[in-house]
Design a protein around this ligand. Structure first.
Ligand code: ADP
Ligand code: MG
Length: 484
């Protein structure tokens, strides 16, 4: 598989977090009884006219600004004509020649550890459109039914350039985009409910060839895992086809999560099959500089800006900064912690958020927002590790006690439970002497060159100190005594 290069471009449909639909006043809330949220406009009854939802445009502008794109001063809604039972008008209102957002880029962190690298993916465009309804084939009195609640829900279709070269890059892109749309509050990102779905366009070409191969488009991938599995399968399938002498046909395919395979849905239609033309019911969308300015003023600090601050000002690695800016919740938690523990402790703060807290939340099946340990409490704990009041090991105990509500602050718990580290060298020396006297066998082994015996002695001293002796002092004292 070495001589093949993978090329991937992704189209994403992000459902915009507006209260009402893009061209009608009907609610967009998820989970209502079928067809209770489809008004005359969504049903395409004769004589109705669409009215554009200003909030949907706000969302598109927010997105454009956050990826450094051009927000078009004039964009046009077009009719995309096709026939399908879930599309009452017989066309979808979308944007074709003049989309609302043009260009821009997204910077991703791919991989972790030594293999981590940064990658810039260019965006082609993002345009506003309406969603279709939904066909229900299961559990519907043995028949198929149509639910039009989703018809007219505002979507932003975000199209990338074919810049990705592996399924890992594709997943990193989808995750970065998912993080961004939630960060700027334009999409709830709920993938199970279909608020964020990706189509992956995949082709392969011999390494070194400039021309792209023929692509196949995998539709509607609604989890990062499926995105990766579908691309990996598809790539292998295409390589096999070519190596066995067959040509790839441009096609739209579906991924079956049960079998892990992709299969052809239809050979790909071209744009002209849709007979696009400007929708005569809607005026061109004009966006003035003042509108863009207003949205710019409302934008929060973006993940990319925060990442830069975390690496440049706080000295974190690109990987840490990337993890801590995966969502606004985690970034806010980390920053509130640093506000208490001080910038000099940014690194331990990062570790505690990404490792200890994340693992504990995971174990309890909770989100960051539901953490029983607040950022202020955890920041306070970091301070006590930093000033040697407690060791890292004891800190884990204090953390668990905070989690269980055994005290309001780390200080209170350390105090109440007598967890303060023993740093008095006289007290430690007494413990060391005691242990050396009682473990003559270990001492002899160590003197005979057995390194492991030393660790056993350290363990004994820590046990005698109930874990509270300063580990460094214990080490130093033991070494001194054993050498003497
Ligand atoms: P359409 O509008 O017909 O779906 P586009 O040309 O707009 O087609 O491309 C759709 C997506 O496919 C884009 O994300 C683009 O980057 C990607 N793409 C285009 N050509 C290729 C290719 N040869 N291999 C992989 N992806 C591609
Ligand atoms: Mg497309």
């Amino acid at each position: 598989m070495n001589q093949w290069e993978v090329v991937i471009g992704i189209e994403t449909h992000a459902q915009l977090a507006t209260v009402s639909k893009i061209f009608s006043g009907a609610s967009t809330a998820f989970g209502a009884e079928p067809n209770t949220q489809a008004c005359a406009v969504d049903l395409a009854l004769p004589g109705v006219l669409p009215v554009l939802n200003r909030k949907a445009v706000d969302c598109a502008i927010r997105f454009g600004l956050s990826i450094g794109a051009e927000v078009a001063t004039k964009s046009v809604f077009a009719r995309k004509n096709y026939f399908y039972p879930d599309l009452p008008k017989g066309y979808q209102i979308s944007q074709m020649d003049l989309p609302v957002v043009v260009g821009g880029s997204l910077t991703l962190q791919v991989g972790s550890g030594d293999k981590a690298y940064e990658k810039v993916v260019r965006l082609t465009r993002a345009h506003l459109e309406e969603d279709a309804g939904k066909s229900l084939h299961e559990d519907f009195h043995g028949k198929s039914g149509i639910d039009l609640n989703r018809a007219g829900t505002p979507l932003l279709e975000i199209v990338s350039e074919p810049d990705m070269r592996s399924s890992d890059e594709a997943v990193a892109y989808a995750k970065a985009l998912h993080g961004l749309v939630r960060w700027i509050g334009i999409c709830d990102g709920n993938m199970q409910e279909g608020s964020f779905r990706c189509d992956a366009n995949v082709s392969v070409r011999p390494k070194g060839q400039l021309e792209f191969g023929t692509r196949r488009e995998i539709k509607n991938l609604n989890s990062f895992r499926f995105l990766k599995e579908a691309i990996d399968y598809e790539v292998q399938w295409q390589i096999n086809e070519i190596e066995e002498g067959r040509k790839i046909q441009q096609a739209t395919v579906l991924f079956d999560p049960d079998t892990g395979e992709t299969r052809t849905m239809r050979t790909k239609e071209d744009a002209h099959d849709y007979r696009y033309f400007p929708d005569p019911d809607l005026l061109p969308l004009l966006i003035g500089a003042d509108w863009i300015e207003r949205i710019k003023d409302e934008l929060p600090e973006l993940p990319a800006q925060k990442r830069e601050r975390f690496t440049n000002v706080l000295g974190l690695s690109a990987y840490d900064a990337g993890t801590l800016t995966a969502s606004q919740e985690i970034a806010a938690y980390f920053e509130a912690m640093v506000a208490v523990a001080g910038q000099g402790n940014a690194k331990p703060c990062a570790n505690w958020v990404m490792v200890d807290l994340a693992a504990r939340l995971n174990k309890a099946g909770r989100e960051m927002a539901e953490s029983p340990v607040s950022a202020q409490q955890l920041g306070g704990l970091i301070l006590r590790i930093a000033d040697n009041t407690i060791s890292n090991n004891i800190a884990k105990k204090v953390f668990e006690a905070l989690w269980n509500g055994e005290g309001a602050t780390a200080d209170e718990i350390i105090d109440k439970q007598g967890l303060k580290q023993i740093t008095d060298s006289g007290a430690i020396e007494a413990l060391v002497d005691e242990v050396l006297a009682a473990n003559a066998a270990n001492v002899a082994e160590f003197k005979a060159g057995k390194e492991k015996a030393f660790n056993a002695l350290v363990g004994q001293v820590m046990k005698a100190a109930k874990g509270k002796a300063n580990p460094q002092q214990v080490n130093d004292l033991l070494k001194k005594k054993l050498a003497g």
